[in-house]
Design a protein around this ligand. Structure first.
Ligand code: C5P
Length: 226
């Protein structure tokens, strides 16, 4: 039987590290907003039946974009943290659905990477990630190097991340109850004791975070459209 898959796109952040006047998901890259690029990629994937988009309650930009969205897109109100935004979306989905959570700011995701993730043999879910290639330094409070970290088993987590809705909702509920702050969805599963699978993804699936990421993302998007 085919799994029912709903994408969840948390896009309710203000993007303070970008230092722009408008949230980073509404900056324009290659003729469209970051968020439109992300949503149109997800909408193109035939296995994704629905896209639940979490936006901030006081979002002033979304109304202008809505008419351009694919019919698969449905809006929910986000929360004060990424975790709360994802949770709000999870609460609108059926238990037997799988949630493919993807950050609104990762506009360069490729359909082939989504295929890889969906193909993973992982009953408790899987995430796209990349083995760390840089040498990693642990800092002390003064900003000096305290030690060099062994990177052989270290991976950088990316999105999409794919989990059964009921388990992910339970993981987030546990995190809120225990006041644990999470920055990705796999962490919620880890809190429940699960070990989600790592699927190696492409390095060009960058999260647009800082001003210098914009030119690179635009380059990747334009190259993809050629
Ligand atoms: O801040 P960061 O880049 O880690 O945010 C990751 C994603 O989570 C972004 O797409 C952002 O819009 C989203 N987010 C959210 N609700 C918040 C904060 C962040 O949906 N309150």
């Amino acid at each position: 039987m085919r799994r029912r898959i709903a994408a969840i796109v948390p896009a309710a952040g203000v993007g303070s590290r970008m230092g722009a006047r408008i949230p980073k998901q509404y900056l324009t890259l290659a003729g469209k907003t970051v968020l439109e690029h992300t949503l149109s990629r997800l909408a193109q994937h035939p296995a994704i039946g629905e896209i639940v988009l979490a936006v901030a309650e006081d979002d002033h930009w979304i109304d202008a974009l809505k008419p351009h969205f694919d019919a698969k897109v449905r809006l929910v109100t986000g929360g004060a943290s990424r975790a709360q935004s994802v949770y709000n979306a999870l609460c609108t989905l059926e238990d037997d659905t799988w949630a493919l959570v993807h950050d609104g700011a990762r506009a360069c995701v490729q359909l082939s990477d989504i295929d890889q993730l969906l193909a993973a043999d992982a009953p408790h879910g899987a995430i796209l990630a990349c083995p760390v290639t840089d040498t990693l330094k642990l800092a002390d409070r003064e900003g000096d190097i305290s030690e060099t970290v062994d990177r052989t088993l270290l991976w950088q987590a990316m999105t999409p991340q794919l989990f059964p809705v009921s388990l992910l909702r339970e993981g987030y509920a546990r995190a809120f109850g225990e006041h644990v702050e999470l920055t990705d969805d796999a962490s919620a599963m880890e809190l429940l004791g699960y070990k989600p699978h790592l699927v190696e993804g492409r390095r060009d699936n960058i999260k647009i975070t800082r001003p210098e990421d914009l030119a690179l993302a635009e380059f990747y998007l334009q190259r993809r459209e050629m």
